[in-house]
Design a protein around this ligand. Structure first.
Ligand SMILES: [Zn+2]
Length: 230
């Protein structure tokens, strides 16, 4: 197994509320170089995903998240979920309950592959897709949730309309999309979901993915080889 590498690759700010910009940090860590994003809002910080090593990073940065939201539950995105939740006493929200088939632990176990052991955690609130013109409010910020399965059945994207920012997990990457060769993976479903739910957002929307650098919807519409052909 390759050594765990982690780095803080970016620090940016987003205009999420009317006269208030929110500080954001991205942490990258674990064997899959998975991104976890932190939004430091006035009413409390929100963490998107919990890659391995993020607890130590949060402690070092002096950040005390009040909520952990999961884009999906593949092991590399939830490796530190239990310890973050316990350390900060912060709830975890996700599209589905914890399940070893969602984390892929059962797949690796059955296939005799490398042992992946996620410390079990509890989902405190199962969240669903929000309807058009309806948002979920977290730390005083309105966020729109889209369910985009195909990479994982529980994949959701978090869209902050005012900031034109999408925390998309492993749905859409710069010049790529999430892999669909795991059980319940479905490339047609993934591409269809991106076209119907993500591409209608503004071209200027920045996509912050679960792996790799950020991109924009406009750039991916023109350049993403999985999505340019009709
Ligand atoms: Zn994934």
């Amino acid at each position: 197994m390759s050594p765990i590498q982690s780095k803080v690759s970016n620090h940016f700010s987003l205009n999420i509320s009317i006269n208030n910009s929110v500080d954001c940090l991205v942490y990258t860590g674990g064997i899959c170089a998975t991104n976890g994003y932190l939004l430091k809002a006035a009413e409390g910080s929100i963490l998107f995903d919990a890659p391995e090593g993020i607890l130590e990073w949060l402690i070092k940065e002096g950040i005390d998240p009040e909520l952990l939201m999961l884009t999906h539950q593949h092991f590399d995105h939830v490796m530190a979920a239990a310890e973050v939740s316990a350390h900060f006493d912060c709830p975890i929200w996700a599209f589905a309950e914890y399940d070893t088939s969602l984390t892929l632990e059962s797949l690796f176990h059955d296939a005799g592959g490398p042992a992946i052991n996620v410390k079990p955690y509890q989902i405190d609130r199962v969240i669903t897709e929000t309807k058009k013109d309806e948002d979920l409010h977290v730390s005083g910020m309105p966020v729109h949730i889209s369910h985009v399965p195909g990479h994982s059945p529980d994949s959701i994207c978090f869209y902050f309309e005012r900031a034109k920012a999408l925390f998309g997990g492993d749905v859409l990457f710069q010049m790529s999309v999430g892999r669909t060769d795991f059980p319940n993976g479905d490339m047609d479903l993934l591409v269809d979901g991106i076209r119907k739910k993500i591409f209608p957002l503004d071209d200027q929307v920045t996509v912050f993915p679960g792996h790799g650098p950020e991109t924009t919807i406009g750039f991916e519409k023109s350049n993403n080889p999985f999505l340019t052909s009709s």
